[in-house]
Design a binder for this molecule. Sequence first.
Ligand SMILES: [Zn+2]
Length: 147
Amino acid sequence: MKTLTLLVVLLSLSCGPSADIVSKHNVSFYLNEANWTKLQVDLQEDWMIEQLGNLGVAYRREDVEKSMRKTVVFVYDSPIPCYAGLCNGMQNGTKLHVVDRGCPAVSAYTHELMHWLQEDIRGYVDYDHKEIGVWQIADGAPSRSCP
Ligand SMILES: [Zn+2]
């Protein structure tokens, strides 16, 4: 019995807190106090993936979905320290740090996700946002994805 108890304790310590939302594309969200919903996130992601697919072969659905599965989003209630002082979002590998602006569509979620997709799929770093077509998508949103 002591062994079982120890095993349970070790398992719970190694797993950490579970995400508040896991989107349909398996992105994990830690919301803190934000009121984002799974539906809002799913709508935003579906729209982005569809729009990127329309651009051509650079961001194929299967590649985008594979990259998204590794992604974790941390949501904050105020601007976060970044290379430029304070920012509304920051991408660090698979970890996206995003300030809550009311819902995912008007926050920097898909903007920071786009930085990760560029890096993971194409090995491309575009901090100056030169790949204009993808930034129009990443900073856009379907109208129904925000309350
Ligand atoms: Zn950016």
